[in-house]
Design a protein around this ligand. Sequence first.
Ligand SMILES: [Zn+2]
Length: 142
Amino acid sequence: MKFTKIEKTRQKLRNGYNKIVRQNINGFKDFNDFTDWYHSQGKSCYYCGLKEIECQEIVMTGLLTSKRFPQNGLIGRGQGRGVWLEVNRLNPLNIYERDNCVLSCYFCSNDKSDVFSGDQYIAFFQNRVDFLRGLLNENGEN
Ligand SMILES: [Zn+2]
């Protein structure tokens, strides 16, 4: 399938910003502060390094499929995951603010969820079972 990159629109950024404002978890000064931060970020995943354009091609052309991804190259409601990098909180318990935000691909964002801090996720990403067993060892159960 032919692929042409779709840029994230200002309206989509606005929708994302409004959502964190509504949820009362925004620490950016205002929308301009948020977009300044967003545009200052490299467009590759903080965790794995996948480029936005690579992730977008994978989901837009159906190399991997999910009901959350565009269907046949069309982005329907609730089917936009993977098209653009996502704003991800290093510490998921803290608010969205410059020092706590990175851009992440869908795959890392979905995998990290609200389970791991950024540092924990990097360790988990490198060796899942060692990281998980390490938690048990720290807890003195092994
Ligand atoms: Zn990633």
